[in-house]
Structures are given as C-alpha cells and as structure tokens.
Ligand binder design. Sequence first.
Ligand SMILES: [Zn+2]
Length: 600
Amino acid sequence: MSRQSPPPPPAQAMPKHYLEAATKSNPARGIGTLSAPIAEGGAGHIYRHPHDPSQVIKLYKPDRIDGHADKISYMAAVADRVPPPSSQFRVIWPKRIIADVARPDRPLGFSMEFLDARDWVRLDKFSHPILRRQEGLSDSYRLRLLAVRHLAMAINALHAIGAHIIDLKPENIMVSRSGATIAIIDCDGMQLNSGARVLFPAALKTLDYTAPEFQSVAPNRIDNPANQDGFAFAVIAFRLLNRDAIEPFSGITSPRLPNLPSDAVGRSLAGMYAFGLKPDPRIAPQPQSIHTTWPLALRQAFDSALASRNRPSMQDWLRITDLALRELNRCKSSHYHFGHKCHTCGSLSMPGPSGPSMPWPSRLRNLLVPAGPLSSPIKIGMGVCLGMIALGLPISQYQALSTPRDAPPKPTSLVVAAPEPPLPATGIAGRNASSPPLNAPLPPIREIRELPPPNLKAPVSPTPSPLIELPSMVALPPEFPSRNASSDSPSLNPPALRDAAPTRRLPPSPSRLVLPDFAGRQITWLGPSEASTLVDALDTKLDGERIVVRTSAGSVLAAQIGQSRPPCRSMEIYPRLGNMIFISLLFCPDTQRRWVGRRT
Ligand SMILES: [Zn+2]
C-alpha cells in the first residue's frame, strides 16, 4: 500500500470536511463536519458518524497520522477477511478510510462499528463480583466460561488472518451486557503479518499481560506474537474463571525466602506460579482460589500457558473450554461450578443440563490433582494453616507479601510504547521533518478516555472504585490492635438494594454482634466500635465486600462478607490485622435482630 507522503497540513488548519473512501459496495462520499469527539485516546479522537449511527470515526492526531496511515489503509483493504459479527464475537476493525476532501490520498482516520456503552462493558468489569453488581451483569460462572471461549474464538480468527493483538488486556476487550459476546477493540494497534513477515508491528504492550520472554523486548520487536497473545489470554482467562478475579501470579510467600519478587511481573519472570499441578515451594495459592476444582485439562492448559513457554494455541483453548463447558455442574440454587461442591453457596451439585455422563464422585477423582502438600482444595482459613504446616514452616512466619488485585489494573506506567512510532514495512518515514508542532505532550498510553456523549448515559469511569482496593499488607507488623477502627468501605448502595435496605436497617449496635467464644478470644482488635462496624456490614454490605479498618499503619483488611443463603450471612474475619489467617463464621439473625455467629 504505497502512497505519496505530502507535507501534512498545519495543525490549526485541520479540515472540517471529510471523505469516506470508496469501497466496492459504497461510493466515496463527503460526510461533512464532525461534532465534538465522544472519546479521546493518546493517538486520536473518536466521533459519531454524521450519517450512520452504527459507526464511529477515529481521526488521528496530526503527529500520529504518518505512523498509522499505511496500516489502516491496509486494514480497510482486507476488512472483508475479518469474520462478520456473530453471537460469539466481533472484531471492531477499520472499515472505511476517512480523508480530507481536499487531500483524498491522505488517510486521516477510519470508520468502525460503534459499541454503545448501554450494551457493552469492558471485560474487566465482568471479572469481579463487586464490579458485576455495579454494572448489573450476570454472576453466572457458565457465562464467564463462555466469555473465555468466545475470546479464544476471536483471537483464533485474528491469528488466522495474520493479526496478533500483542497489547491484549481487558481494557481492549468488551463484553455484551446481555450475554458473553466478545468484542475486540483498538485493532489499529495490532501486529499484522503476512506469513512470517511482519507488515506492521504493534506499538504498545502492557507489562502485566506481557509474556516473561518479551518483558524486555519492545512491542514492535516481538518475534513470536502468538506466544505473546497466548500468555495474555491465559492471564485474562485465569482471572475470569477464578474467584474474586485472583491474579495468576498472586500468592502467599514465606519471609524465610526474603528475596523473592513480590510483583506480578517479577514473579512471572521467576516462574513463581502458585496454582500449578506441581506446587511451587516458594509460593502458595490464595486461600479463596477455586483452581483445584477445575478440570485437569484446564489446569494443564493454564500451567503450560503461565509457567512455561510451550503455550496452548487458541485452537487448543477452544477444545479445552468446550470440554470444560461439559464438565460444569449446577447446584440446587442453579449456580454453575466445577467439581462436586458449589463454590458460590457451598451446596452439593446436581448434574447440569449439559451435564456429566457419569456421577460426580468418579469424575471428581479425575479432576483432582495427585496428592501433594498444597494440592488439595483450600477453601477456608484452616486450609491455609494446613498448607503452611505441610511446608514445615510455622504459621506465624507467614504473611501476605502480595494480595490479589481485585480491581482492574490502572492505566498507569504499565503500558510500554515502542521506542518510535511503528514504521510500516512499505517504508513510510516516521515523523515528517515538516510536521506541525505537537498540540500537547502525548502520554504513551492508548487508553481511551470516554467523554460525556450527548445522547448517552454517563460512561463508566475506567478508574476502579476505591471501595474495592485491597489494602496493602506489606510491611505491616504481625498484629496491630486498634480501638479506633472505622469502616473504610461504605456500602455501594446500588439502587435495588438501597430501596430494600430501610426495611431492615437498624442503627448499628455492638450488642447486636454475638460471636462464638473461640472467635471472641482470638480477634485482637475487636472493641465496641469495631463490633458496630461488623454489624453494619452484616446489615448493609453486599456479598464479597470487604470491611477495612484504619490503623496508624494504613488501612487494613479486617473482614469480608462471603456468599451465603439469606437470611444468614457468612463472614471471614481476620483476627490479627495484617495476617492472612481468617476465621470463617456464619451469622444468622435471631428474634432480637442480633447477628449470631457460629463456625462454618
Ligand atoms: Zn450454589
């Protein structure tokens, strides 16, 4: 796709009339003046299409045009190779080139399908139970497994036409609110290949989703793009399928091994994967993880993708997720889950509609891993204790060096840009010497920031709510009693629950908390104020919400509401602040409207 590269117009003379390039089915036409942008990214702005509400237009910033013009021209030319939208997935691929009417040979941007925020949500909103509630999304585990499968289908389709995503992360993936249809966005950042030849390299990568072998490689130099996509896909799928969006490189390490990395990138480089079939003696899984319930083939696939470089292909993932869908069971409350016990309500399972062909106990034997010190299902605090004892280390010497990051990653320094704008293989020069001065410094972040669209409801902020930030437990003393604790996590109060709350809301009173003796003796930080905080949490908080108390060392996780059947509520209480050992209690209301706890 060679083209002439005339000097670009000065920035102050940006054209106001645009032309859509002709295609076989549509003649070229002028589209007039665009209204205000509805979104802005590092490379350009997004506008509503003046004539077609199903489309939007992306125009690059003047200094970014040369780096993208040939690439989007190529993409528009091969758009008919991209699979059409289906109920499984769609790819938001450049459809038609947009140019200045006075300079039709010079692409300024492209048109693409419009995804309405009322119908689509970023995939990371689908990973965590609190975010799902905030967005009104289904809690169905089967739907999440379907989303994983549909994501594999989309990536597989892209690989088949020589497109590799590279900067594959939840922020670049949308999921339909009504189901598990996946949409891949930001396609102009992909690496495009013709056979083994790179036609257009990728410009960005994100460290948390970059395979360890490419951590120190610039995004436009990644030479095995399928392997990079395979790693990023596995990280995303792992968080979707595990409880509370646990990260694959989270875990519990021992202070007896003080020089171990504590961040996800460092741990991936060191191969510290806590969830493997073969336990890693350096790191133990998070206690709430449900990875031990997964079918063996699924666990093997994650082991290969995250703890080796021999990663499954997307076609492998399609086979594995297809089998996994057939392994799902349903409990009496209709929750889908793997294994014999529902990870949502704890009840035993019944075969699902697509269900098993043999009773679960024999299937379960096949699903569970061979016996090992950390291989048995660990679901409660005592499980953590057993795992630690099996490692021969005293419990008191364990502390969480890193907690799972339940909120979506923030668009901060994690994104790495290629050192220069991507140079198309056709040899277009980078920034033209006569290019206009930059309007403003451009951050090396491709994150699209939605602006308030005039006819849409307010977009969801990409910044995660501080309510779900896990407090850091690093460098806390083993215990930190506090008598001045207060809740740091006010209720989310979604409308439906807020409407219902007044009927049972009482002023929190410490006398309404009734603890079993063993728990009362162990909770070092409990006073009247803290008891009131727990009562308030039992009254008003949603499943999965955390109760955080503030100490002089910072905010510390004190308890977390679990999932249980009304009217009772389960709660995990951390008797020593800063320690990962917790007590699991079930609180049920009595006739005096007290919450009476008992051991689960
Ligand atoms: Zn259940």
